[in-house]
Design a protein around this ligand. Structure first.
Ligand SMILES: Nc1nc2c(ncn2[C@@H]2O[C@H](COP(=O)(O)OP(=O)(O)OP(=O)(O)O)[C@@H](O)[C@H]2O)c(=O)[nH]1
Length: 193
């Protein structure tokens, strides 16, 4: 049987994975547009929207994108979309500082609560508006500025540190539990009922 029909390639097994991607962020920050650009690009290349080839031998089927409005009346619907998510995109609008603030105030705590341990990608939307002078003037009038790339990096670092803290704490707890059980074994186990 030819190799490509057996599902094997260069001696490696070709795996098929399915991916559920949930996209969140403040209302109007650009989630739907981001998704539209992605799907349009893939369609224009003559590919189906549910297929993406990721590093060589793994074929990803991005079969489900869930992009629920960030507006408050959609909170319940969004919460229902989190189970079994494989990847989370948290979006903010660089021309709207409150959407950036909400990454750490609202979105990260929410996805951390519903999707503990799921990889997160922070996405800055509407980056073209950084060069929009009229918009910059409007923001300056209320003592604000468009969000810079460096500010985005800062939030990414905070999220990363928080994830690392969680893993560090989990490792500490696991090691403490292992030590405790070794000690219990050495001293003999005794329970009073
Ligand atoms: N200048 C500019 N405008 C954008 C960009 N992306 C989105 N917009 C505009 O921003 C507005 C909101 O975009 P949406 O994609 O609908 O935002 P959303 O996050 O899906 O909004 P909700 O469904 O309310 O949560 C629309 O008028 C878009 O045309 C961008 O990259 N640049």
């Amino acid at each position: 049987m030819p190799q490509n029909m057996s599902g094997m390639s260069s001696g490696h097994t070709r795996r098929r994975e399915e991916l559920k991607v949930v996209i969140v962020g403040d209302g109007g920050c650009g989630k739907t547009s981001l998704l539209m650009v992605y799907t349009k690009k893939r369609l224009s290349r003559g590919k189906t929207i549910d297929k993406a080839r990721l590093h060589g031998r793994i074929k990803m089927h991005i079969h489900l994108f869930l992009c629920i409005s960030g507006r408050e009346d959609y909170d319940r619907l969004r919460h229902l979309s989190y189970p079994n998510a494989n990847l989370l995109l948290i979006c903010y609008d660089v021309s709207c500082p409150s959407s950036y603030d909400n990454v750490l105030i609202k979105w990260y705590p929410e996805v951390h609560h519903f999707c503990h341990g799921v990889p997160i990608i922070l996405v800055e939307c509407k980056t073209d508006l950084r060069k929009d002078k009229a918009l910059a003037r409007k923001l300056w009038s209320s003592d604000q500025n468009p969000i810079t790339y460096i500010q985005g990096e800062e939030t990414k670092r905070k999220i990363k540190e928080n994830v690392e803290d969680i893993f560090r704490e989990a490792t500490k707890q696991a090691l403490a539990a292992t030590r405790k059980s070794r000690k219990a074994k050495r001293n003999g186990f005794c329970a009073l009922l």
